[in-house]
Design a protein around this ligand. Sequence first.
Ligand code: 5RP
Length: 221
Amino acid sequence: MTQDELKRLVAQEALKHVVEDKVVGVGSGSTVNLFIDALASIKGRIEGAVAASEASAERLRRHGIRVFDLNSVAELPVYVDGADEVTEHLHMVKGGGGALTREKIIAAVAAKFVCICDASKRVPVLGKFPLPIEVIPMARSYLGREMLKRKAQPVLREGFKTDNGNLILDCHGLTILDPPALEAELNQIPGVVTNGLFARRGADVLLLGAPGGVQTLKRKG
Ligand code: 5RP
């Protein structure tokens, strides 16, 4: 099976978690694009969606799915999103597409986070994928120096602005042994909007596309 076929498999599987007549949270990225396409097949059975990026919102609308502002949604039973790396504890690195802030907000609101990935995203320890950090532009150099102190090599994502008008520093070379602790620590650096560690609110369910089919992992405890 190709990587795209594995992504399509988990995208289809995620439909089983969508709650009828409710709004569904939709993340961003290539796996989520396939989920949006699958969602179109049941669009008459959902109220609509909230989207973590302008690109996802646009794709949802093109399929005729109503897109709500998160502020007008009181209840969000499920959020479906991809990841750049994920561990067996369902801690993730996200933000490869730069939508991490909106993704983290929607994940916080949702009752259940369903992560959809192909098996290449599963890792024993987070950090090989450079950790994205969204930063207010005037704090860019300060954050870079703070990350050097933490033994990371920060690289400005060239020519990129987030949907919120900020910058991304991709931080290479980290070995993240305690994801919830590092997530909290980085959030304390002035100028940081969001870091790409999703550990304090990790996924509840991981659907991993592997050649033998979809593996389902659930958060323990
Ligand atoms: C975007 C994300 C995506 O979920 C992540 O980059 C995975 O994307 P893909 O499904 O294309 O591999 O966090 O900010």
